[in-house]
Design a binder for this molecule. Structure first.
Ligand SMILES: [Fe+2]
Ligand SMILES: [Fe+2]
Length: 233
């Protein structure tokens, strides 16, 4: 596995568009009507900030792909026994599909390399979804509870890091730019929807899964590992 530093050197162009995001934004700060003062300049991203952003988009896309696959695999076995869950499963799947679409667009726009482990995550996510649904509604919901707990924490961490970046720019009187504000509000919206899935899972007996502690413990550890790897590989 290439270290992040090696990766940065070996694929210098992959991060350029994120830098361009700032340059593009600053180029829009040209002459304005005489009555309004020109906006403050935008500070270019440091290499660490570029790395943080490219990792964030890569791991988020991988995670949302996994989420759509988990629900796709869970739905048929679950609905065979519990057809009344169809609207809930569709609602959660549709939101995941929309999250995936968001990050597909963002990684394409900023030319961030997707995770190289796409095939592995696809197999694992499908297996996780299918096996928990075969165990019953409680286990399927415990899977959602575990995954969304980790994903909610993960998005919160990203939002915190981006807010710190923005605060730094504001402290130095740099313009933050609309694209960054929009990215943060997109992450907040998606985080809220993940936490809504977590609530749905608990309302549908996730805590009654047997053994709940083992199932959620294993899945949560797996998610943390997958997040760590997907940021880097
Ligand atoms: Fe999602
Ligand atoms: Fe979700």
């Amino acid at each position: 596995m290439a270290s992040p530093r090696v990766l940065l050197r070996s694929t210098p162009t992959s991060l350029k568009p994120i830098l361009q995001l700032r340059q593009l934004s600053s180029s829009s700060s040209s002459p304005s009507p005489s009555s309004t003062p020109p906006p403050n300049p935008k500070k270019p991203l440091t290499p660490q900030q570029q790395l943080l952003l490219s990792r964030a988009l890569r791991v988020n896309q991988a995670g949302e792909l996994a989420a759509t696959l988990i629900y796709t695999a869970q739905t048929p076995p679950l609905l065979r026994r519990e057809p009344h869950l169809k609207p809930l499963m569709k609602h959660m799947y549709d939101q995941e599909a929309s999250h995936l679409q968001t990050f597909n667009s963002l990684i394409a726009k900023h030319r961030v390399r997707p995770t190289a482990l796409y095939p592995l995550w696809s197999v694992l996510a499908t297996g996780l979804g299918w096996s928990t649904a075969m165990m019953g509604r409680e286990a399927a919901m415990a899977c959602t509870e575990a995954v969304e707990t980790e994903i909610g924490d993960h998005y919160n961490g990203q939002i915190r890091q981006l807010l710190e970046m923005v605060q730094g720019w504001e402290d130095e009187d740099y313009d933050v730019g609309e694209e960054f504000k929009e990215l943060i509000s997109t992450l907040k919206r998606i985080r809220d929807e993940e936490l809504e899935h977590l609530d749905h899972a608990v309302e549908h007996d996730a805590k009654k899964a047997q053994p709940h502690w083992l199932l959620t413990g294993v899945i949560r550890a797996g998610c943390r590992g997958a997040i760590w790897v997907s940021e880097r590989v």
